[in-house]
Design a protein around this ligand. Structure first.
Ligand code: KIV
Ligand code: ZN
Length: 513
């Protein structure tokens, strides 16, 4: 058995289909490019039949990828499989990933099929897929609640009909490491043609066991793992790629396998996904959380200075951070700030650097410790705004229990200041009403407004994300500031700027006279 574990990324399918994680075409292509750079072997680009947008995204990812296999999901139905093939057929390495549920509950309640009918559907769907595409994966949805004898029969048929990857998902996150590993051992031992296929894991995190279950399956013979960046996905999410890849890398002594993941690209991938989806990574998240390499306690800092291995089992560099997270503060000067930016992968021109440094100083005055996450949020915010035709100049809010809440807002629109005063049902509403007064945009609605604290503490920076929808197209805007209201204004105005670029209109056209 090979010692290479193939990494199958489903960020663009299982991740993207979870609530609030949708991405547009441009964002999906950016993610696919980063996944390839990171060494992902198979990219599941979407569910081609789900919508014309999904089809286009899968097709474009298929055209763009040079090294990775590109897969589309398909149910066990002819139209699904044909649509999946139409989307991936341009890929250098296309794959059709077809699935059907095999647990008694799913077969009865969801599919309304007898077990024999499900076996017939496997035969028919996998044969059709194998006729179209040289690389077919078959998944037994809800495998972990499937009768083991039935699972063995189903897998044997799928392989006989041409599937060369067999995925046994823990669809509902029900398994434990022991039971999940045992299922793989059992199926691989009992299916007579098992040697013709690669066995794959696909774990959901409902009990927080997705990564542990994945690794247990690897120990028991799985050679492909399905996972997502930052563990995004249905409900509690999927197994996180970064955790699996680093567990395999760091614990090679007990997991004598390898992956093709370029681990130094992990941080970049993580930031890309959280930036695009607005789903922030919790600070204490393994590998990619803001605190994963931060050492605050005196004893730990002392140990780290003497020898980093005292408190670090892997280096920050190995996941793409160039240094441990030495916390910056108000005494940090230009040189330290520049060095920090370089470590974080930013190379700002002089003007952008001065602006960012000015904002860093304001932030450091407002907040005890400035973490890497703060600096990333701050610089991204600055960079985002570089070409904005509309900019937030000043925000004043009157709020509290004795309303009405009011906002006085000044926006700079193509170089000219415009100030209005407005009221609203709460400070955010008042602020957003003010924006609508200066930049009327009745044809669009705000679908989502989210506030996230970049780090812990009441002095944390706020990162705000808004989603505007217009004529079926959504536009996401982001803003960060230590004042939540300023961050909110920046996010909304950022979305408006992007929406106007999509419309091809100038800012001035859109502004109320
Ligand atoms: O969780 C699951 O079972 C799935 C399959 C469609 C592979 O996502
Ligand atoms: Zn899934």
């Amino acid at each position: 058995m090979t010692d290479t574990i193939l990494i199958f990324d489903t960020t663009l399918r299982d991740g993207e289909q979870s609530p609030g994680c949708s991405m547009n075409l441009e964002e999906k292509l950016q993610v696919a490019a980063q996944l390839e750079t990171m060494g992902v072997d198979i990219i599941e680009a979407g569910f081609a039949i789900a919508s014309p947008g999904d089809f286009e995204a899968v097709s474009e990812v298929a055209r763009q990828c040079k090294t990775a296999t590109v897969a589309s999901l398909a149910r066990a139905a002819t139209p699904d499989i044909e649509r999946a093939w139409a989307a991936v057929c341009h890929a250098v390495r296309p794959r059709i990933h077809t699935f059907i549920a095999t647990s008694p509950l799913h077969m009865r309640v969801k599919l309304n099929k007898t077990p024999e009918e499900v076996l017939a559907a496997i035969q028919q769907s996998v044969s059709l897929a194998a006729n179209l595409c040289p690389d077919v994966e078959w998944s037994a949805e809800d495998a972990t609640r499937t009768d083991p004898d039935f699972l063995v029969r189903a897998v044997e048929i799928a392989i006989r009909c041409g599937a060369r990857t067999i995925n046994l998902p823990d669809t509902v996150g029900y398994a434990t490491p022991e039971t999940y590993g045992a299922m793989f051992r059992d199926v691989i031992n009992r299916v007579p043609n098992a040697d013709l296929a690669i066995f794959s894991t696909h774990c959901h995190n409902d009990l927080g066991l997705a990564v542990a279950n994945t690794l247990s399956a690897v120990v028991n013979g799985a050679r492909q793992v399905e996972s997502t960046i930052n563990g995004i996905g249905e409900r509690a999410g999927n197994a996180a790629i970064e955790e699996i890849a680093m567990a395999i890398k760091v614990r090679h002594d007990v997991l004598p396998v390898r992956t093709n993941i370029v681990s130094t690209e992990i941080t970049r991938a993580s930031r890309l996904i959280s930036g695009i989806t607005g789903f922030q990574v919790q600070p204490n998240k393994a590998i990619v959380g803001a605190n994963a390499f931060a050492h605050e306690s005196g004893i730990h800092q002392d140990g780290m200075i003497k020898d980093a291995q005292t408190y670090e089992i892997m280096t920050p560099e190995s996941v793409g951070l160039t240094h441990s997270n030495l916390v910056m503060g108000k005494h940090s000067g230009r040189a330290a700030f520049r060095q920090k930016l370089e470590e974080l992968g930013y190379n700002l021109g002089d003007n952008a650097f001065q602006d960012a440094f000015g904002r860093f100083k304001l932030l450091a005055d407002a907040k005890k410790a400035v973490y890497d996450e703060d600096i990333v949020a701050l610089v991204d915010d600055e960079v985002l705004r570089g070409h904005d035709a509309i900019k937030v100049k000043e925000v004043e809010i009157y709020c509290g229990s004795n309303g009405p809440q009011r906002a006085i807002l000044t926006l700079e629109v193509d170089g000219e200041d415009k100030t209005v005063t407005s009221r609203g049902n709460g400070p955010v509403d008042a602020l957003f009403n003010a924006i609508r007064m200066i930049v009327p945009h009745d044809s669009s609605v705000m679908e989502r407004y989210e506030v996230h604290a970049v780090t812990g503490g009441t002095d944390a920076q706020a990162e705000v994300s808004v989603l505007l929808a217009e004529n079926g197209r959504t536009t996401r805007g982001r803003g960060a500031h230590h004042d939540t209201m300023v961050a909110s204004a920046r996010a909304y105005v950022n979305a408006l700027n992007k929406m106007m670029v999509k419309r091809g209109r100038s800012a001035v056209d859109a502004v109320a006279s």
